[in-house]
Design a protein. Structure first.
Length: 308
């Protein structure tokens, strides 16, 4: 078997003879497209529960073949990417374990990291050295392989959360994989990752879902939505994301998300009281601080990415 790193393949030196992706949707499909475009992968094998979706991925050229049996799909793979819901990770770890060949590298794309690491520990009794927990901070409100595109990860951040048990060679391979897809890769403690993402990703999604649900329950909802301005559309765009996926994330990261919600609710009550009391100075102070902070800090997240 050729090694994962070669001098005559991609600019990164990475070449994956056989890549297995469990969950060929927006993230898994976009990663496969990006690696194909970079000539960094030989064969791509897809797996999941829905044969129709997998066949669609093959028809689109995202994968070469597929199998709904995850153990069969990962057999002989050099790298395995778990792009399934975080609640399914323990089951997946148990299912693929016996089929993985020696030296294989496994990573995931879950939005919560502590829950994934715990799932690995429960399934195997320890966190395997060849498993690198990761999270690409990229996506759109669209889902499924039809929404995938090769540029999704360009100039986006990917966070890896290795543990003390993680092998340096495994980290290097997964880092090279994401860099080949165009991402900027960082490493972070899993708990810190979950705290940050609870505030910057999970909380905004919860707020968008809650706002749309609140307005949709009003008697005059049809008139409200008919006259919704661009700001409403911008703010609530992410409420078109997969409800099942985000319910999964909210439950998996419930402690950090609850803390973020509590802090936000406290500030929201203060702002509500300022509005009720016509305290324009307090309102203006909040709005100005928010504008200054966003104008100063938003570029740290990288440019917006839209499908090509």
């Amino acid at each position: 078997m050729r090694g994962l790193f070669s001098n005559d393949m991609s600019d990164s030196g990475l070449f994956i003879e056989r890549l297995a992706i469990i969950g060929v949707g927006l993230i898994g499909g976009s990663l496969a497209r990006a690696l194909r475009q970079a000539n960094t992968v030989g064969e791509v094998v897809g797996s999941g529960r829905n044969a129709e979706h997998l066949q669609r991925a093959q028809t689109l050229g995202v994968i070469d073949r597929w199998d709904t049996d995850v153990a069969a799909a990962v057999a002989g793979a050099d790298v395995v990417v778990l792009a399934a819901p975080v609640s399914a990770m323990e089951e997946l770890f148990r299912a693929i374990g016996p089929a993985l060949k020696t030296g294989v590298i496994v990573t995931d794309v879950g939005s919560t990291k502590r829950s994934v690491l715990e799932a690995a520990r429960v399934a195997y009794g320890h966190i395997p050295g060849n498993f690198v927990a990761g999270h690409p901070i990229a996506g759109t409100e669209r889902t499924g392989v039809d929404a995938s595109f090769s540029q999704l990860f360009r100039q986006r951040r990917v966070i890896l959360t290795p543990t003390a048990e993680t092998l340096p060679a495994a980290i290097a391979t997964v880092k090279a994989l994401w860099q080949t897809a165009g991402a900027q890769v960082s490493e972070m403690d899993a708990d810190r990752h979950d705290e940050i993402l609870a505030a910057t990703s999970h909380l905004p999604h919860v707020l968008a879902f809650a706002l749309v649900d609140h307005l949709a329950a009003l008697d005059d909802r049809h008139e409200i939505f008919a006259f919704a301005a661009g700001g409403f559309r911008d703010f609530t765009r992410i409420a078109s994301s997969s409800p099942e996926m985000w319910c999964d994330i909210a439950c998996a990261n419930r402690e950090a998300l609850t803390t973020a919600l509590d802090g936000y609710l406290q500030d929201l009550v203060l702002l509500r009281d300022a509005i009720a009391n016509n305290d324009s100075a307090a309102i203006l102070a909040v709005f100005r601080r928010a504008k200054q902070a966003r104008d100063r800090l938003i570029d740290l997240a990288g440019p917006a990415v839209n499908p090509a």
